[in-house]
Each structure stands twice: as structure tokens, then as C-alpha cells.
Design a protein around this ligand. Structure first.
Ligand SMILES: *Cc1c(COP(=O)(O)O)cnc(C)c1O
Length: 337
């Protein structure tokens, strides 16, 4: 692999830290737990989409785009970060927001919804679950073209092969850091959503023959469907990155026991995980992605499926702005009620 072949913008000055989580490990009674702090990536509020946008926005600029168009849920971190990248580059940004939970769009909501306004989104179009998202974005692009403008469409989560290179780069970064820190990682645990993060890590670790298994924790889809999505995308990312070996289907493991009733809907395990990370390590998770991924990590350690002597790296993919739209579910007062 030689990622330097690709155009890239830089939105984070340094590698994100790998930190130990000794107090969380003590509270769980086992495993050597570490966290890759991708919540500390650059652009407004940080999180995993920043790495994908470094490659996607570079292509948008190379094509002469003046506007970024993308799609996400009503509290989408990806939409917030795409908008922030647009602002940084002097571009406009238009968003399609999908109501995955009926009635969930509230124009007065806090969290990322407020930040869409603060960062100066040019246009927001709210559509229902099941709407033709690609078609809606294409219509936005056509409307811009009619005005002599040029829109660049970024798929949901920035999860195509080009965006996935961001997590190939993350795999290389974390392997170098682990070597420098003398850290022999036995397993990586990460949230698995639109799949670019999980698939990019798989491709990057494979391209480095790292031999480190990844456990994806689903936030939306059933296991078989998500594993298929991740594998398909990992194959595409590996091809683009120039990984010589084929991506084995068995390398893709997605656990769906912590999705709960559905995407973004709270679970007791998520609430416990968010409060435990905050209270033991001072780390802010989010209720939609990292809270559920951490609930999976916690359950796997407690059950012994992750052994007490295993060294585990949890990739923190960000999302903390959503906490501020979720106080009713997460605060002590909410739990007592
Ligand atoms: C988008 C997102 C994820 C999921 O990453 P994918 O690449 O979409 O699978 C995880 N955590 C947070 C905070 C996110 O915003």
C-alpha cells in the first residue's frame, strides 16, 4: 500500500492518542483496555468522519466543486463534520436528513442539529425513512448545476472506497503507535454503522499483515446483513488501496446484540456504558454509536468472551455533541424517573 498516491487534505495535526483505561478495566474486573481517541480528531467536534473527509474533500476540490452535498440521520455527526469541512475549505454545504425514527426531526433540537445552524448550512431537506436518498442528493446537485454551480455528493457516513482510505490510514497510524508504545494488541473493538470505519480498518490491517482481529458492534442492522455490507466495502477499499491479499469473509465479525429496538433508540446497556466511561475515565461517548459499541465491549469482558489477559483497543469514533440532545435519557434524574 502507498497512500501517498492519493490527494488528501489534513484536518488533524497529530496522531490521535492511544490511552490506557485502567479504571474502567478495574471496574469490569478484567482485560487490558486501551482507547484510540478518534473523538479528538480535527474539525468541529471531532470523530471518525474527519478521516474519511480528508480524502473525499480533496477529490471534491480537485473536481472544482463549490458545494458539498451529503446525507445522514437527524443528529448526524457525519453531516456536522462534512459541513465543518466545507466551511474550512470555503465551500457551501447542503444536507439531506433522513428521519430514521418517525417524527425525530426537531428544528429546535440541540446537539448536531443546533451545530448545522451554527456552522451555516446552506440548505436542509428532511425526508422519511425509505426515501430515495441518492435521488434526493442528485436533485440537489442538478439544482445547483442549473445555477452554474458544482455540487460534490458524499455518500452517507462518507462510506465509499475513497472515504474508507481514512481508516486504512488509521490502521497504519495505530500499528506504528502500538509498536512505539510496546503494545501488543490482541483485538480491536469498534462501532459498525455505514461500515467505512470497520471496513477501512480491516483493509488497512490486512494490507499490513497485522493479524489483529476486529469485532464490530452493530448500531443498526442485523449481523448477517452488516457483515455482508462490511465485507463488500472492505473488498473495494482493499482494491483501491492496493492490498495484495483477498479479504477473507471470516475476517468480518459484526455483533448485533446491543442494537436494542433500533438505530439511535436508547438501551439500558448504552446508558450504563456512557455513564461508566464518563465516571471511570472521564471520556464522553455518545448514545447512538460509541455508547452501544462500548456496551458490547463491556458485556464481552464481563462474560469472559474477551479474556482477562487480552489487550483490547477500543476505537472511539466520536459523537459526543449528541449527548447534549440526550440529557433526558442519560442524566441521573432521567434514570431515577
Ligand atoms: C458514523 C459514526 C460511526 C460509525 O462509523 P461508520 O463508518 O459509519 O460505520 C461510529 N461512531 C460515530 C460517533 C459516528 O458518527
Amino acid at each position: 500500500m502507498n497512500l501517498a498516491r492519493f490527494k488528501r487534505r489534513r484536518y488533524t495535526a497529530h496522531a490521535t492518542p492511544i490511552e490506557p483505561m485502567p479504571h474502567l478495566a478495574a471496574a469490569l474486573g478484567g482485560a487490558r483496555l486501551f482507547v484510540k481517541r478518534d473523538d479528538l480528531l480535527g474539525l468541529a467536534g471531532g470523530g471518525n468522519k474527519t478521516r474519511k473527509l480528508e480524502f473525499l474533500v480533496a477529490e471534491a476540490l480537485a473536481q472544482g466543486a463549490d458545494t458539498l452535498i451529503t446525507v445522514g440521520a437527524v443528529q448526524s455527526n457525519h453531516c456536522r463534520l462534512t459541513l465543518a469541512a466545507a466551511v474550512r475549505e470555503g465551500l457551501k454545504c447542503q444536507l439531506v436528513l433522513e428521519q430514521r425514527v418517525p417524527g425525530s426531526y426537531d428544528p429546535a433540537a440541540s446537539g448536531n442539529n443546533f451545530l448545522f445552524d451554527l456552522l451555516g448550512v446552506e440548505k436542509v431537506e428532511v425526508v422519511e425513512l425509505g426515501a430515495d436518498l441518492a435521488g434526493t442528493m442528485a436533485a440537489m446537485q442538478a439544482a445547483l448545476a442549473a445555477q452554474g454551480r458544482r455540487g460534490y455528493i458524499i455518500p452517507g457516513g462518507g462510506s465509499n472506497a475513497l472515504g474508507g482510505l481514512g481508516y486504512v490510514a488509521c490502521a497504519e497510524e495505530l500499528l506504528q503507535q502500538a509498536f512505539d508504545q510496546g503494545l501488543a494488541i490482541d483485538r480491536i473493538v469498534v462501532a459498525s454503522g455505514s461500515a467505512g470505519t470497520h471496513a477501512g480498518l480491516v483493509a488497512g490491517l490486512l494490507g499490513n499483515s497485522a493479524g489483529i482481529p476486529i469485532t464490530g458492534i452493530n448500531v443498526r442492522r442485523p449481523r448477517a446483513e452488516q457483515e455482508g455490507n462490511v465485507h463488500k466495502l472492505a473488498v473495494e477499499i482493499a482494491a483501491l488501496a492496493g492490498v495484495a491479499s483477498p479479504v477473507p469473509r471470516e475476517a468480518i465479525v459484526c455483533r448485533d446484540e446491543w442494537v436494542g429496538p433500533g438505530y439511535s433508540l436508547p438501551t439500558a446497556e448504552m446508558v450504563e456504558a456512557v455513564r461508566l466511561f464518563a465516571g471511570t475515565e472521564g471520556i464522553l461517548l455518545d448514545p447512538v454509536y460509541t455508547g452501544k459499541a462500548a456496551a458490547g465491549l463491556i458485556a464481552l469482558v464481563r462474560s469472559g468472551e474477551i479474556a482477562r489477559d487480552e489487550t483490547v483497543l477500543f476505537v472511539h469514533t466520536g459523537g459526543s455533541p449528541v449527548l447534549f440532545a440526550s440529557q433526558a435519557v442519560l442524566a441521573t434524574t432521567a434514570r431515577a424517573a
